[in-house]
Design a protein around this ligand. Sequence first.
Ligand code: DLL
Length: 433
Amino acid sequence: MNIWDKTHECMSRDELEQLQLERLQVVINRVYKNVTHYRKIFNDLGIIAEDICSLSDLTKLPFTTKDDLCVNYPYGMFAVPLREIVRIHSSSGTTSKPIVMGYTKNDIKIWSNLTARFMTAAGVTHDDVVQITFRYGLFTGAFGVHYGAETIGASVIPMGTGNTDKQIMIMQDYKTTALVSTLSYALVIADRLEQLEIDPQSLSLKTGLFGGELWSEKMCEEIENRLLLKATDNYVVSEVMGPGVAGECLCKRGMHINEDSFIPEIINPETGALLPAGSEGELVLTTLTREAFPMIRYRTGDISSLDYSLCECGRTLVRMKKVARRSDDMLIVKGVNVFPSQVEDAIFSVAQGETPYQIVVERKGAMDNVEVVIEVTDKIFSLELQKQRSFLEAIKKRISSVTGINADVRLVEAKSLLRQKGKISRVLDKRKL
Ligand code: DLL
């Protein structure tokens, strides 16, 4: 089994912790000097950089949340001037404004190498032809993996999303060996291959790198059998970097976290208390190598646990279990993060006030489907049919522009949505993940 960076992926725990502490102290000094948000919080709490003498002192520091990042939109959390930023990405915030992440030249270099690590761990080499079906653009997914694959020396096909028939044609003709996608999109490809009566044996696929969303062992087996490849999971958090935070090796006993770049902690999501090794709780990450956008104790909202036992692959990096669920109400729909609050804002802004609604998420075949069901109110009822249609269309457009997903929007009779203690639950997630 190949290892991309033996020095950092196979360090003894003592060496690793020494490196983490040195890097952490540098980060603390930098954010204090350069990021007003952190300077203010540290001053309020009376924390000085010298207070951080050991890794366990990390718990003295405050958490960073998505809301902190939203408040500091767009560039407030940057630790370098804009002229040093060479790339800007964004991810969904809890409000209608996204979170904006910046990268220096060096950040991109480090990111590419961290991504190269999990791709190598999944079996990718310079002999591979890598087809990337993530969306290119503001999302971190496609570019992160793209640069990682190029760093390895593989041949990259930057397909982007959609157009499944063309994806399949290219997969056949260009002899794709490694497929980068969400697992649900890989299932769509498998369904289409069946419809077109294309035998997967006739393809050259060997490796599937599936990140960005929750998937079960059962789904993994299904895709391995249908596409005849080895599937591994990898974990993406844009706020701390993008893809390359953690990824499975072929032993598939959890995703190795790149601990020389991120310190992981598991906390009780209710109290914020640090939990002992092996406990299930919310994953918190502190970046150690990000120059432009350092993050101290970032609350990912993902529930997982850490396994420090040694892995047969030879990597000493801790493994995080597959994400079990979210600690908040964030939905992941076709790999896109959606907060119910964003959808609610979209509905209320078009309706010019509160109106009863429910978000219904289902899986239709392999794909997620979102429907927003809105109860007819007197105000809506009084609109003529044409105006009702434009009203629904305007909500659909607004949801799409804020969240990036296409939802079906329809009206239902007044008082027809199920109420519990007089309240409609905002989300009905019917998917069995
Ligand atoms: O955009 C994730 C993505 C990448 C989607 C590529 C599609 C294609 P973020 O918007 O930063 O990144 O979303 C990060 O996605 O906190 C988890 O809740 C979830 N997530 C990421 N990887 C996994 C995974 C994209 N392997 C959020 N398993 C994270 C389960 C995952 N959930």
